[in-house]
Design a protein around this ligand. Structure first.
Ligand code: NZQ
Ligand code: ZN
Length: 380
């Protein structure tokens, strides 16, 4: 196990009706700006619950943070926040609203253009923020990461700031999610775990078992959720799995990969494909391409998560890789670039971008432009 320092300061406020805790969670003297997406919260009653919880409090609202939050929109929110001397942000929505609000929280403390911060990769002088999450997927509710897009240049980059001081997760808010978003959220959570688990073998028995526990939970609940998205206990397990999948709890002392994500971000930047949908395609290519490097961990995952034993190692590897793709297919997601009409020119452009940035992703730092190209060719 590698050395590590672990601290996760986000207070998790979880369960039915817990939006009512908002008033207590935000200090009384704060000037609040609430940030929203495109309006789903007005249709499912989340907005009304927030209004009720914050009755008598003064706040302004910023609407329109889009999926894959764009700097072009976030600049407007930062200007509005500065104009009103905002010193507390409340993000209400999916990962995109939360991520966008993390950049706003940094931008409010920065004099220059907020895209500079994204290019820097991190900025920790921020206005505090809390969140009400309505889409289980990203883990943004309990981590310090964000992913910000620029429409003008078709770029999308990770950015790190501070953790939300609190996040409210009421599984009932997820009942109105479009099925495709549920599928993408399940795939995203699955691949988050994989990025931290399917790496160097023998680093931590405990991290391995926790990661496998989340994977097995997802495999158990996914078909049931697709049948009935209004089952509170199923959605509660989904929501908590997504949070635990990317809040640092399964990352202690182990190496991480993230090449599937970095390639997936390019597919979103270039084609607008939903984040989870990119992963359901690219991850299969990662497994096929890095099969030998990741062999020991793939075999362990196959045996412990899918019960694939016996036979020879090559057959077990084949079966495990196939099982993974069929899990994504069972969610109704594409697992090949061709199904999404992604052309070969995109593969070449991603190779070019990775080379230009001297990319070296993955636990072995060997996913450069050429390797990304191989991975994508293995998803054709
Ligand atoms: O905008 P509204 O109207 O709210 O609608 C949203 C949006 O259209 C809708 N939605 C959310 N909750 C709903 C709902 N519709 C009905 N009922 C509800 N309860 O769903 C659509 C998608 O929302 P979005 O926030 O974009 O989805 P998600 O949570 O998957 O976030 C994706 C973004 O997060 C980034 C991704 O790259 C992408 O930009 N990620 C952030 C990470 C992090 N911060 O750590 C890690 C992830 O790997 C990921 O990269
Ligand atoms: Zn993700």
């Amino acid at each position: 196990m590698n050395n590590f320092i672990f601290q996760n300061p986000t207070r998790l406020i979880f369960g039915k009706g817990m939006i009512a805790e908002l008033n207590k969670a935000i200090p009384a003297d704060k000037k609040i700006m609430i940030t929203f997406g495109g309006g789903s919260v007005k249709k499912n009653g989340v907005y009304q619950q927030i209004q009720k919880a914050l009755q008598g409090r003064e706040y302004i609202e910023f609407w329109g943070i889009e999926p894959n939050p764009a700097i072009e929109t976030l600049r407007k929110a930062i200007a509005l926040g500065k104009e009103h001397s905002i010193d507390f942000l409340l993000a209400v929505g999916g990962g995109s609203v939360l991520d966008g609000t993390k950049l706003i929280s940094a931008g409010l403390k920065y004099d220059g253009d907020a895209w500079d911060l994204v290019k820097k990769g991190a900025y920790h002088d921020t206005v505090p923020m809390g969140s009400v999450l309505t889409l289980p997927a990203t883990g943004s509710e309990m981590n310090s990461g964000a992913v910000i897009s620029c429409h003008e240049t078709q770029e999308k980059y990770p950015f790190y700031s501070n953790y939300p001081v609190f996040s409210i997760l009421d599984p009932e808010t997820t009942f109105t999610l479009p099925p495709h978003q549920v599928a993408c959220g399940l795939a995203d959570t699955f691949v988050h775990v994989m990025e931290q688990y399917l790496t160097t073998p023998g680093q931590s028995r405990l991290m391995d078992r926790w990661a496998e526990g989340i994977l097995k939970t997802l495999i158990e609940i996914a078909p049931k959720i697709r049948e009935n998205q209004h089952d509170y206990n199923l959605m509660a397990d989904f929501m908590l799995s997504a949070t635990m999948g990317l809040n640092g709890f399964i990352a202690m002392g182990v190496t991480q990969d993230w090449c599937t994500h970095m390639i997936g971000h390019e597919l979103t930047a270039l084609h607008g494909l939903t984040h989870g949908a990119t992963l359901a395609i690219v991850f299969n290519g990662t497994l096929r391409t890095l099969r030998q490097q990741k062999k020991e961990k793939i075999l362990q995952y196959g045996e412990r998560v899918w019960g694939i034993t016996g036979e020879n190692e090559e057959t077990r590897l084949d079966k495990t890789i196939e099982k993974t793709a069929s899990f994504f297919q069972s969610l109704g997601l594409s697992t090949r670039l061709s199904e999404e009409n992604i052309p070969d020119t995109t593969i070449l452009e991603i190779e070019r971008r990775f080379n230009e940035r001297h990319a070296a992703f993955g636990e072995a730092e060997n996913v450069n432009g050429a390797m990304a190209r191989k991975i994508l060719e293995n998803c054709k």
